[in-house]
Ligand binder design. Structure first.
Ligand code: DQA
Length: 150
């Protein structure tokens, strides 16, 4: 049997605090719970997910940059606040050219005006936002759909 296609899921700054961070905005699920749900959904879809979190922009750039050589088929990316600032992450996504779905727990478009600009969106096939922890599992379903067409 062929190995399950691998997906790299990256969560950016402050998302290690999920569960207690502004629960009215981000919900009460912890990042560990969210990763467990994602893992279960991935198995059901025939994928394997490697889910990571970092507060450091350069680490996100490193992880994306290595993702093709590491054999990942696609990416789920919640860059946190770097969404709205990071040309370096945009360039890393363009460099590896793997299908990437941008993910957000909240709906940035319904929040402060500075959250309406996403630099990474230009290098993503789609965006899933506003569904809380379910944004990640829905994004995985979307990515699975994209990969099945490839
Ligand atoms: C976020 C939205 C961003 O605007 C914010 O800076 C975050 C989390 C989300 O998942 O809703 O840190 O990416």
């Amino acid at each position: 049997m062929a190995a399950a296609p691998r997906v790299l899921c990256i969560s950016g700054p402050n998302l290690q605090l999920l569960g207690t961070r502004e629960p009215e905005v981000y919900g009460r699920a912890t990042l560990g719970e969210l990763h467990a749900r994602l893992d279960a959904r991935a198995k059901a879809l025939g994928f394997a997910v490697d889910a990571r979190q970092t507060n450091h922009e350069g680490t996100i750039v490193d992880w994306i940059g290595a993702s093709r050589a590491e054999g990942f088929a696609g990416l789920l990316l919640n860059p946190g606040a770097y969404t709205h600032t990071s040309i370096a992450i945009l360039d890393a996504l363009r460099a590896v050219a793997l299908p990437c779905v941008e993910v957000h727990l909240s709906n940035p478009d319904a929040r402060e005006p500075f959250r309406r600009r996403s630099y990474v969106a230009r290098a993503c096939v789609a965006r899933v936002s506003g569904f809380g922890a379910e944004s990640y599992t829905l994004a995985l379903e979307g990515l699975a759909h994209v990969l099945s067409r490839a």
